[in-house]
Design a protein. Structure first.
Length: 344
């Protein structure tokens, strides 16, 4: 694409989805976006994002920021370049694009770039921030937050069916670990089962009365992973479970309840918390509550946040991820409209 050609968000989505950028492998997508935006006369900067020890790759990855040269944008559009695995190649029919990232969040990247170009041509001062690592630990957002550009507003993109999210649930991740004594299963009196202790603790968790926030909904708890033991005929000496709670308020009561439920049965380690947040509403736009978490809590230095994007979260992270081509075009118009209202 040359700088003179108007952008087609559907074609740009195709080009982005053709690049495998599953988490930790965002480098190629970042290079593509940086080159494309520079060719269209944006001032482009790449922010290196470190690879974690758990990553199996040593390839480079980064955030990409594009904005006006020698000036602070008033508003920045942002979303993430990484996708969940496995990579799924692009296919399409007359109505939909299918493939990994079409709605989460490469179609959103394409619509944000297109909207930003329209706004720039109208004289608005806007920027673009595309980050690595949102699907895992928000590593890119945390790097970006150390390098703010002075923007007043941040419009973050996630699949919200083109509705403005007025709140986003937080998340609290906990690991429960039980320890026992190994023995022959024919003589259980000689051992102590870590699995039995863990199961008892988890049963108590499932009975917890979790908080409810009236205009948002309930907290929810999911036991996502369980592992432990050595064989059916061995009393297990270790067992572990991963638990994720979606927050609708302060995490302190839930933390205390989990610790109490596990007392005497398992040790609890809280490994991640993303806070519950409320966001700005814009008159005249349909709204929703995002039950998922986003990078917004880690981008606090980038302006007052809004959350908006095409596509449905119900098909994100699935083998059937898709987005309607019409919805991409509508998102461009919606992003432009919201930005004009904010910056009027």
């Amino acid at each position: 694409m040359s700088a003179r050609e108007p952008l087609d968000p559907i074609q740009l989505t195709r080009e982005l989805v053709a690049i495998d950028s599953t988490t930790y492998h965002e480098g190629e997508a970042g290079d593509f976006l940086a080159g494309m935006l520079a060719s269209r006369n944006w001032d482009v900067k790449k922010m290196p994002v470190p690879q974690p020890a758990e990553s199996a790759t040593s390839g480079p990855r980064w955030n990409v920021y594009a904005g006006p040269a020698d000036a602070s944008p008033e508003l920045v559009f942002s979303t993430h370049m990484d996708t969940v695995p496995p990579y799924l190649s692009l296919r399409e029919d007359e109505e939909f694009l299918y493939g990994r990232g079409v709605c989460d969040a490469k179609g959103i990247i394409a619509t944000q770039v297109t909207a930003a170009e329209t706004l720039r041509s109208e004289g608005y001062s806007v920027g673009l921030l595309f980050v690595s690592g949102e699907e895992r630990d928000s590593a890119g957002a945390k790097v970006a937050n150390e390098n703010p550009v002075g923007s007043r507003y941040l419009i973050n993109g996630e699949p919200t069916d083109n509705r403005l999210a007025v709140a986003s649930k937080g998340s609290l991740r906990a690991v429960l670990r039980s320890v026992g004594k190994m023995a022959h299963s024919a003589y259980p009196e000689l051992g102590e089962s870590a699995v039995h202790k863990l199961v008892e603790a988890l049963a108590k968790l499932l009975l917890l009365e979790l908080p409810i926030t009236e205009d948002v909904g309930p907290s929810t708890l999911n036991i996502g992973q369980i592992q432990g033991g050595h064989a059916p005929n061995v009393i297990a000496d270790t067992a572990e479970a991963q638990v994720l709670t979606r927050l609708v308020g302060d995490s302190a009561p839930i933390r205390a309840a989990i610790v109490e439920a596990a007392a005497g049965l398992a040790e609890v380690d809280f490994t991640l918390e993303i806070p519950f947040i409320r966001m700005k509403a814009v008159p005249g736009l349909p709204t929703m509550v995002a039950k998922f978490t986003t990078d917004i809590p880690w981008l606090s230095n980038w302006g007052q946040p809004l959350l908006l994007g095409p596509g449905s979260i119900h098909v994100a992270h699935t083998p059937h991820e898709r987005v309607a081509k019409k919805e991409l075009l509508e998102a461009v118009e919606l992003y432009v409209r919201v930005a004009r209202q904010l910056l009027a």
